[in-house]
Design a protein around this ligand. Structure first.
Ligand code: PLP
Length: 422
């Protein structure tokens, strides 16, 4: 079950009018659905003291959406300077922001530490001496390596570039202590788009075990453990949603057991992106061409600059043709954009009802890693973003890119340079 029935019921009856007013293509996000998912997440984990979601800004870095996350009481998970700027513009300061970067530059550390700072989440032991002003509160990203089997998208932990190894983890906190750290957190991220809730339960068990191990070796206490993002959503109609209730129940029990053993438990953080917004977005396009060659093609007025996932990962995004949701799927199409790249296809050999030029073609689940992953290759620009508000009104929350944006990087001071002959 891709896009929720309730979003469909809010969007489909009015989407033609919205398309006429704003023009296609556009991503549209469902405020009611985002808020509901956020409230449900908080409710599910209410049994863990100090539970907090840090929304992974990269999934949908739109100010208006981040404002909703802030209203839900969530923090922000950032990994770049522009993401820090966005989070701070919305009032995020200090422990509202996790900075989970990797291959980090000194400039990024300086920026992260300025303006009220944030929680530094270090990706490697070699970065400890490079942090300009070592903070009191420090976190490390832990990579279990061969101790965990891989999840499909993020791959085998041994091959992942992230985090400190099992063998390094105690030493990392020891060195951090030597640099003056007094407060500690522990982070991991070992899954992406995982629909099996038991995988997340194992992740929580793993971070609590590592916290115990480090605590025993160094006599430090962990204020929080962060189980990362990677909570999956069902992109395909036959997939079942992640069982959040069962997951929360089992993870909560682990925190209670930790508390029984130690007399306290760390807080639990997570940093979901996809789970929070993925199903609450749709890319609305218009069919503009038909082509009948070795295969049947339908050409849309959007391309992979609006939604990269199918081309990048071969991902499935469900497609509805407005007004034809219940018609027999009697055609087989490749649904394509106009980029000069043969993998610029939203769907390959997809069974769909007959599509006519002018039909609104709606791609589901574009609310995370959709617009955000867009690019400008081939001079194909990113579309606008709209918010379907709770009261049923619609708001433009980002305009479409223009040719002026595309050419903006030609605005610079002339700078020619002749290197001395060596
Ligand atoms: C990408 C990312 C996330 C969010 O992942 P989702 O699959 O969107 O939940 C969270 N944390 C880190 C460190 C990430 O890189």
């Amino acid at each position: 079950m891709p896009m929720s029935e309730s979003f469909k019921q809010r969007l489909f009856p009015v989407v033609k009018q919205i398309a006429e007013h704003y023009g296609t293509p556009f991503h549209i996000y469902d405020e009611a659905g985002i808020r509901e998912t956020g409230e449900n997440l908080k409710k599910a984990f209410a049994g863990i003291e100090g539970f907090r979601e840090y929304y992974a800004v990269k999934a949908l870095p739109n100010k208006r959406i981040l404002q909703i996350m802030k209203e839900l009481g969530f923090g922000f998970d950032c990994s770049s300077i522009p993401e820090l700027i966005l989070s701070r513009e919305l009032g995020g300061r200090g422990e509202d922001i996790m900075f989970t970067s990797n291959n980090t530059s000194i400039e990024e550390f300086r920026f992260a530490e300025a303006d009220g700072g944030c929680i530094l989440n270090l990706d490697d032991i070699s970065l400890i001496p490079k942090v300009p002003e070592f903070p009191e509160l420090i976190c490390f990203r832990y990579n279990p390596g061969p101790r965990r089997t891989g999840n499909v998208i993020i791959g085998n932990p041994v091959e992942a570039k992230y985090g400190v190894t099992h063998e390094q983890v105690v030493e990392a906190y020891r060195q951090a202590k030597e640099r003056g750290a007094k407060r500690f957190g522990l982070h991991t991220m070992v899954a992406s788009n995982e629909l099996d809730y038991t995988y997340m339960v194992e992740t929580a068990r793993m971070v609590l075990e590592i916290a115990e191990l480090v605590e025993k070796e160094l006599g430090i206490r962990f204020e929080f453990v962060n189980i990362g993002g990677g909570f999956g959503i069902p992109y395909k109609p036959e997939q079942q949603p992640l069982n959040i209730a069962a997951m929360a129940k089992e993870i909560t029990a682990q925190f209670e057991a930790f508390k029984a053993r130690h007399g306290y438990a760390p807080r639990m953080y997570m940093e979901s992106g996809r789970f929070m917004t993925g199903p609450h977005g749709a890319l609305v396009t218009t069919a503009i061409n038909h082509k009948d060659t070795y295969r049947k093609y339908v050409g849309l007025d959007a391309c992979m600059s609006s939604l990269m996932r199918p081309a990048l990962y071969g991902s499935y995004h469900h497609i509805d043709v407005l007004g034809k949701e219940n018609q027999p799927k009697s055609e087989v199409y490749d649904v394509v954009g106009s980029l000069c790249e043969n993998n610029d296809k939203f769907a390959i050999q997809r069974e769909l009802p007959p599509i006519e030029e002018g039909d609104l073609v709606i791609l589901h689940d574009s609310g995370a890693h959709g617009h955000a992953m867009g690019f400008q290759y081939n001079g194909r620009l990113r579309p606008k973003e709209l918010l379907l508000r709770e009261d049923g009104s619609v708001e433009l929350i980002r305009r479409a890119e223009t040719v002026e944006d595309y050419f903006a990087t030609y605005n610079f001071q002339p700078d020619a340079f002749t290197p001395a002959k060596g």
